[in-house]
Design a protein around this ligand. Structure first.
Ligand SMILES: NC(=O)c1ccc[n+]([C@@H]2O[C@H](COP(=O)([O-])OP(=O)(O)OC[C@H]3O[C@@H](n4cnc5c(N)ncnc54)[C@H](OP(=O)(O)O)[C@@H]3O)[C@@H](O)[C@H]2O)c1
Length: 238
């Protein structure tokens, strides 16, 4: 049965969000793809999927912008079955260590990478509640957000936002624990070739998007297995 999906951070053709959009469209689903600035790649894709791809402008750092996007979506659909919170940010100092890192860059990163996904969940909750197949919220986290496995001396912004995202995901899992129609998880998606700096990464974004799509389908009603998982479905230490 076709579903309706919202994916954030989808404007870059080489990155994970755009490739997830492609996979869901190819599978016959309806996709709300959110961007914060115009994307030629997405506009090109919309020519092919004019009935099933809706482009939403949404800055997840802004409650006003997210609420406005949710209102826009409500004009086009009466339900949402899946949200993939994929958008994220890392500052220009992300590879620096304490002496050189501008600490004022951490809070804005947390606002995007951790608060942003929960802002999206809150604003789109009325649509999620109307899912006929049971809604899932998949927060794309990272191994970098694991406190137990932390070995780095950099990523002060990125690792903090992902750790905070994990905490918020667990808190939401607790909050919705008695709701049989809504599940939430966070996932380390693996090391993916999503930019020129990680060309040695083993995972191709288009191929890997399908792996994630198939995994998410097994998680819709699964409230028993671990909340923070890898792309193979294994638990990852918090
Ligand atoms: N690539 C990997 O190996 C890897 C490993 C572990 C985890 N992850 C996670 O996987 C996800 C996708 O990774 P990626 O490498 O494909 O990401 P990416 O290329 O960095 O793309 C992130 C997207 O988020 C958007 N974004 C940033 N700030 C935003 C805001 N305020 N509002 C709305 N959108 C915003 C960006 O939009 P603009 O295009 O407008 O800048 C961009 O499209 C991320 O959550 C990342 O942390 C990736």
């Amino acid at each position: 049965m076709p579903q309706t999906v919202l994916i954030t951070g989808t404007g870059r053709s080489y990155a994970l969000g755009f490739n997830l959009v492609k996979r869901y469209l190819e599978h016959g689903d309806t996709v709300f793809a959110s961007i914060r600035r115009p994307s030629e790649a997405l506009e090109e894709l919309q020519k092919e999927y004019s009935h099933t791809l809706h482009i939403l402008t949404m800055d997840i750092a802004s409650t006003e912008s997210v609420n406005a996007a949710a209102k826009e979506a409500e004009k086009m659909t009466d339900a949402l079955d899946l949200i993939i919170n994929n958008a994220t940010i890392a500052s220009e100092d992300t590879m620096k260590e304490l002496p050189d890192f501008d600490l004022d860059l951490i809070a804005p990163a947390v606002n995007v990478g951790a608060v942003g996904p929960i802002r999206v969940l809150k604003a789109f909750l009325p649509l999620l509640k109307k899912s006929r197949i049971g809604a899932l919220v998949a927060n794309i986290s990272s191994e970098a957000g694991s406190i137990g496995r932390c070995y780095r001396t950099y990523y002060l912004d990125y690792a903090t936002e992902k750790a905070a995202l994990n905490m918020l995901t667990m808190t939401m899992r607790n909050y919705f624990k008695d709701d049989p129609n809504l599940n939430i998880l966070c996932i380390h998606p693996g090391w993916i070739r999503t930019n020129p700096d990680n060309s040695e990464a083993p995972l191709d974004p288009y191929e890997h998007a399908e792996t994630l799509r198939l995994l998410f389908e097994t998680k819709r009603h699964d409230k028993e297995s671990p909340v923070f998982i890898t792309y193979t479905g294994e638990p990852y230490p918090w």
